[in-house]
Design a binder for this molecule. Structure first.
Ligand code: CTP
Length: 474
C-alpha cells in the first residue's frame, strides 16, 4: 500500500512546525491516536487504515525497527484476573487500558476475589464484572462464548501456576477457563507466581505447551516476591509492560509483512562422524528463532529451518527440523518460493567425508584422522539462484576479527543483499548469549546498530525488511 502524498505532506508540515522527530511522532501517534486524529480530521476516530499508514510511515522514515505499537483505543480487552497477590496490579492495568480508550471487560476467578473485590474492578472498568460460569444472569445476558468472541485481545493477569496448568490442559470448569478455551482472539498471559513454582518442571511443561498453542507471554520478571526473603523469576510484568505487549498484539504494525513468505535458517548443523559422534558449533539458534518469531508477529508466513537447538518452536511458524547442512539446504529449497530468506544458521563448513557406519573404536592404535569435505553454502546457493531467488537475501557474518572488511567480502562473495555482521570473538558473549551487536552491510554502506537483545535485533530487522519490500523501499 502506498502512502497518500497529502497525508505525508501533512505530517511533514506538522513535524517542521513542531520540530518533532519522525521517530517521536510515530511513537506518540501510535501511543495516543489523538495526535493523528487531531492532525487529520476533528471528531473522527482514526481508522485502522490511517494507523496502518502511520505505521508504514514510521517504518519507512523513522529508521527504527517495527514502529511503536498502535493504541488500544476502541478495542475490546477481556481481562481475566487470576488469584494471586499481583491481582492488585491488574487495577492499574485496567486504568491504563481505559485511559487509552479500550473497553475493558473483567472476568475474575474465585481465587482472584480473595485478593481484589469485583466492586473495585467494576468501578474501574465501569461495567459489570463476570465471575461465575453458572451465574444465571451472566449466562442469560452474555454467555461465556460471546464474552470470548467479543474481545479483540484477552489478557490474563495475573496468570497463576494453576491457571496456566488449566489452560494447558484445556480445562473449562469455571468462567475464566471456559472463556480461554473458547477464545478466538489472541491471548496474552502475564504469569505471576513463586520462583520455585515457575521453575517447576510441571509449569515449564505447561508454558511450553501454551507457547506451542500460540499463547503470548509477557514476563514474569525477576525480583523480590511478596513473600519475605523470596526472590527470583516470578514477579508479574509491570502494567505498562503488559499494556505495551497487548498493544503490539493489536497493532497495525503486526501486518507489516502480511502476505509475505519468509524463510529463516537457525541454529547449528550437526555433521555425523559415526552413529554417536558429530561435528557442530556453539550456535544456540536464539537469533534465528527470534527473527522467525518477529516475522510471524509481523504477519508473514514463516518457514523456519532449524538445526538442533534447545529452544521451543516459535508460535505461528512452520518449523522444519534438520541435522546436517545438506538437509538444511534441501529444506530451504523445498520451502521456496519466498520473498525473503534470512540465513542465520551457523552452518558447519565441513562434514566428515565418510561417515562411519559403526562407532569408531579406540582400538589402541593412532587416533583416527577425519577427512573433511566442504558443505554446500546455503546462503550463496539461494542468493545465486536464477529461478525463484527471494527478492531479499540476508546473511550473517560471524567474525572474530576485521569484522566489517570480512563481512563486506562475504556480501560480494555470496551474492547476498544484506549481511548482518556480528563479532563472535570469545569476549563478546554473542555465541549462545542473549544479546548481539550487529552492523547491517549492504551495497549502500554500513549501518551500526547498538548492542541489543536478540529479540530487538530481530524486530529491527523485520522493520528494515518491511521497508525494503515496500514499493518505494530500497
Ligand atoms: N552459510 C550458509 N551455508 C554455509 C556456510 C554459511 O548458508 N555452508 C551462511 C550463514 O548462515 C551466514 C553466512 O553464510 O548467513 C556466513 O556464515 P559464516 O559462518 O560467517 O561464514 P562462512 O561462509 O562459513 O565463512 P568463514 O567461516 O570462512 O568465515
Amino acid at each position: 500500500m502506498s502512502l497518500r502524498d497529502d497525508f505525508l505532506a501533512e505530517i511533514e508540515v506538522f513535524l517542521k512546525a513542531t520540530g518533532m522527530s519522525a521517530t517521536r511522532f510515530g511513537r506518540e501517534a501510535v501511543a495516543d491516536p489523538r495526535l493523528v486524529f487531531d492532525l487529520r480530521s476533528k471528531g473522527r476516530a482514526p481508522s485502522a487504515r490511517l494507523m496502518d499508514q502511520v505505521a508504514r510511515f514510521m517504518a519507512e522514515r523513522g529508521g527504527t525497527a517495527v514502529p511503536a505499537p498502535a493504541g488500544v483505543g476502541g478495542k475490546g480487552v477481556l481481562l481475566v484476573i487470576g488469584g494471586g497477590i499481583a491481582a492488585y496490579k491488574s487495577l492499574d492495568l485496567i486504568r491504563r487500558l481505559s485511559e487509552r480508550g479500550a473497553a475493558v471487560t473483567a472476568v475474575m476467578t474465585d481465587a482472584a476475589q480473595e485478593f481484589v473485590t469485583p466492586l473495585s474492578v467494576g468501578a474501574l472498568t465501569a461495567s459489570r464484572v463476570f465471575t461465575g460460569l453458572f451465574d444465571r444472569d451472566d449466562e442469560h445476558d452474555v454467555g461465556h462464548i460471546r464474552l470470548a468472541r467479543a474481545a479483540d485481545v484477552i489478557v490474563v493477569a495475573p496468570a497463576t501456576a494453576d491457571l496456566l496448568a488449566k489452560m494447558a490442559g484445556g480445562h473449562a470448569d469455571d468462567l475464566a477457563t471456559a472463556i480461554l478455551l473458547a477464545a478466538g482472539a489472541p491471548v496474552l498471559v502475564a504469569p505471576a507466581m513463586n520462583p520455585k513454582m515457575w521453575a517447576h518442571p510441571a509449569t515449564r511443561r505447561n508454558v511450553e505447551a501454551l507457547r506451542r498453542d500460540g499463547i503470548h507471554f509477557v514476563g514474569p520478571n525477576a525480583g523480590e516476591m511478596a513473600e519475605a526473603g523470596e526472590a527470583g523469576i516470578g514477579r508479574m510484568a509491570e502494567p505498562h509492560e503488559i499494556l505495551a505487549t497487548a498493544q503490539r498484539l493489536l497493532s497495525p504494525a503486526t501486518r507489516l509483512l502480511a502476505g509475505r513468505h519468509v524463510i529463516v535458517t537457525s541454529g547449528p548443523t550437526r555433521e555425523p562422524i559415526d552413529p554417536v559422534r558429530y561435528l557442530a558449533n556453539r550456535s544456540s539458534g536464539r537469533q534465528g528463532h527470534a527473527i522467525a518469531a518477529a516475522a510471524a508477529a509481523a504477519g508473514a508466513r514463516v518457514t523456519l529451518v532449524s538445526g538442533p537447538v534447545a529452544l521451543a518452536d516459535p508460535p505461528m511458524v512452520t518449523v522444519v527440523h534438520v541435522e546436517t547442512a545438506r538437509d538444511m539446504l534441501a529444506a530451504v529449497e523445498a520451502a521456496l518460493p519466498a520473498d525473503v530468506a534470512v540465513m542465520a544458521a551457523a552452518v558447519a563448513d565441513w562434514r566428515v567425508a565418510e561417515t562411519a557406519a559403526a562407532k569408531i573404536k579406540k582400538g589402541g592404535g593412532a587416533p583416527p584422522t577425519l577427512a573433511l569435505s566442504e558443505n554446500p553454502d546455503i546462503l550463496a546457493t539461494i542468493a545465486r539462484r536464477k529461478a525463484s531467488r527471494p527478492a531479499l537475501v540476508v546473511g550473517f557474518a560471524a567474525e572474530t576479527d576485521d569484522l566489517i572488511h570480512n563481512a563486506r567480502d562475504k556480501l560480494k562473495a555470496k551474492g547476498a543483499d544484506w549481511i548482518l555482521a556480528n563479532d563472535v570473538s570469545a569476549g563478546s558473549g554473542v555465541m549462545g548469549g542473549e544479546e548481539n551487536t550487529v552492523h547491517l552491510i549492504s551495497r549502500d554502506g554500513v549501518e551500526d546498530w547498538p548492542r541489543l537483545p536478540k529479540t530487538e535485533v530481530a524486530e529491527r530487522l523485520v522493520g528494515r525488511i518491511a521497508r525494503a519490500l515496500a514499493p518505494s523501499g530500497k
